[in-house]
Design a protein. Structure first.
Length: 316
């Protein structure tokens, strides 16, 4: 029995952001693969690099973001080696994306039909009437009335706009669709409908999908395989502040991380280091005791050896 060649294979991908404070390693050496027609999920806390990993696949990074290493192989071709023009022609034809927040992704002053027709004609040499006919079929495919295709985005509900984004993602018959938190800001019932629609399209069209979410239950139900990403951008920025000697800002950001995320132990370590460098020895002990109590109350575990050794080092 022959080996199945993955549709997408990501090898040791590294994507860094160059900031005034230094280099933020948003994605630092991840590897995964997605087969034809398979569903794959990325789950992790806010800021852990899920969206950056997805945008790296189709090279849609902001100006200060760079792929520093690794490969993104689509059917054996390394997309990271393609020029901007080459990769632009691959987007939507090979790989497309359903962006987070449909209202922010649609032009509010352009009719929906025109937005999808424009995307189709950018990649294919077909007439406007032919493209419009395809948009009608796409609307029907995603559960929208084709009679509504000349409406403006503000005339659609949130769930309808997300269906439009899925239709746009399907417009050029891609083999892989990335859903970047496609159910964000939708109510529970509409979320379920959108996820069911994506699964139905995946099976009927033999599409591969990558779903991104911070909700493990969504990924667990919707995907055959999943990867958990961790170590948030907030952690990395805190480290940059500490390395730059900006200890007060390091303390502030670590405290915000404690309030927002479940990355308690790393944030507590950052706080201990920051207070040590500020010369506030008394706070180190208080932070460590809070760490012990939080881990016991929330997770029923004790601090790791790394945290305990750091506390001993900073207080001796």
């Amino acid at each position: 029995m022959g080996t199945v060649t993955p549709l997408l294979e990501v090898r040791d991908l590294k994507t860094y952001f160059h900031t005034k404070e230094g280099i933020a390693k948003a994605v630092d050496g991840i590897s995964f693969e997605v087969n034809e027609g398979a569903s794959f999920g990325f789950v992790g806390e806010s800021g852990c690099g899920k969206t950056t990993a997805a945008l790296s696949i189709i090279k849609l990074l902001p100006k200060n973001g760079r792929i520093e290493g690794g490969q993104v192989l689509f059917r054996g071709e390394d997309l990271t080696a393609k020029s901007d023009e080459e990769i632009r022609m691959r987007r939507w034809k090979d790989v497309s994306i359903v962006f987070q927040g449909a209202m922010n992704s649609l032009n509010p002053v352009m009719r929906i039909s025109k937005q999808i027709v424009e995307a189709i004609r950018l990649h294919e040499d077909i007439s406007i009437p032919e493209a419009r006919e395809r948009v009608k079929r796409l609307f029907a495919q995603v559960g929208l009335n084709p009679a509504l295709l000349d409406q403006y985005p503000h005339e659609f509900s949130g769930g309808m706009k997300q269906r439009v984004m899925i239709a746009l993602a399907l417009a050029c018959n891609p083999r892989l669709i990335i859903g970047d938190e496609p159910t964000t800001a939708l109510d529970v019932m509409v979320q379920a409908q959108i996820l069911d629609l994506l699964e139905e399209l995946r099976r009927s069209l033999n599409l591969a999908t990558i779903l991104i979410s911070h909700d493990l239950s969504v990924i667990f139900d919707a995907c055959e395989r999943l990867a958990v990403m961790f170590l948030s951008a907030a952690d990395r920025l805190t480290e940059l502040y500490l390395e730059a000697g900006r200890y007060e800002q390091g303390v502030e950001l670590a405290q915000r991380t404690l309030a927002a995320d479940n990355c308690w132990e790393r944030a507590y370590r950052h706080l201990m280091v920051a207070y040590h460098r500020l010369g506030n020895r008394g706070q180190i002990g208080r932070v460590y005791q809070r760490c012990v109590q939080t881990l016991r109350d929330e997770l029923d575990v004790s601090p790791t050896d790394e945290t305990t050794a750091l506390f001993a080092e900073l207080t001796n």
